[in-house]
Ligand binder design. Structure first.
Ligand code: UDP
Length: 241
């Protein structure tokens, strides 16, 4: 067993693209299972975990709008994509033996519970993993904002963003070998310098509710549990300089 966790309840945001693995579109089952094992490692530390999963691996509203669709309709399609990803993640979490519930912001009674805040809190208290699907349920928003909203509603102590790289850099570390990683940042700096951690509404909401954002690599084996124990590489965004 690893070191004790620093948090009792957290929300993990994973982009749809993180579920693609090496593919160019859709879901890679091995990748989804690997992420499920990352979640299990944290669950086994006794942490209450909820998840928000993006839909960018299947459909993004903005691309639909760029192709001539009405933006709101395209956004609803994007929200449907997050439901597909949420069900895939539920399946993978169950395969590793974790109890889960999916709650959808767009009611879809045959496949998921509707989003009911108090019920979601109860699931977490009963040590079930809750996956919040369909984003906020509203067009013109993103799953980053949905993650900040649900983290606020669930009184999470931290919002974790699992990405391809181990934090926030001053330039793209994939293209620039000299890129510098920040250990810590303030919400203010992220907003004013447009540091691309999450979209502005997600940052503002986290700031208002005092929820630290931790950006880390979801591709490093054991990385999620390390970050939860306060170790490993990540960038933390708070109000402190
Ligand atoms: N979306 C939306 N409202 C929300 C969340 C998501 O309309 O509250 C739509 C939007 O079209 C977005 C798509 O769902 O492009 C997929 O979500 P997102 O782009 O946030 O996924 P990610 O980039 O994390 O994979």
């Amino acid at each position: 067993m690893g070191e004790p966790a620093k948090y009792n309840r957290v929300l993990l945001k994973i982009s749809g693209e993180a579920l693609m693995g090496q593919r160019e579109y859709g879901l890679d089952p091995d990748t989804v299972e690997r992420i499920a094992r990352e979640v299990k490692a944290v669950y086994d530390l006794g942490v209450e975990v909820c998840l928000v999963i993006g839909g960018g691996n299947i459909f993004r509203g903005l691309s639909g709008a760029a192709a001539g669709m009405e933006r709101a309709t395209a956004d609803y399609m994007g929200m449907m994509a997050t439901v597909i990803n949420s069900l895939a993640m539920q399946n993978a979490l169950e395969k590793v033996g974790l109890p889960t519930r999916v709650q959808s912001a767009i009611p879809m009674a045959a496949v998921a519970e509707p989003y009911i805040r108090r019920r979601a809190v109860r699931h977490l208290e009963k040590k079930r993993i809750v996956i919040f699907a369909a984003g906020t349920g509203n067009p013109f928003f993103t799953t980053d904002t949905a993650a900040a909203l649900r983290a606020s509603e669930m009184n999470c102590e931290a919002l974790l963003k699992g990405t391809k790289v181990d934090g926030v850099y001053d330039s793209d570390p994939v293209k620039n070998p000299d890129a510098k990683r920040y250990d810590r940042l303030t919400y203010h700096r992220v907003l004013t310098e447009d540091l691309g951690v999450m979209d502005h509404s997600a940052i503002s909401l986290s700031r208002e509710n005092g929820i630290p954002i931790l950006v880390f690599s979801i591709n490093k084996p054991g990385g999620f549990a390390e970050v939860i124990a306060g170790r490993g590489q990540y960038t933390i965004v708070t109000d402190e300089e």
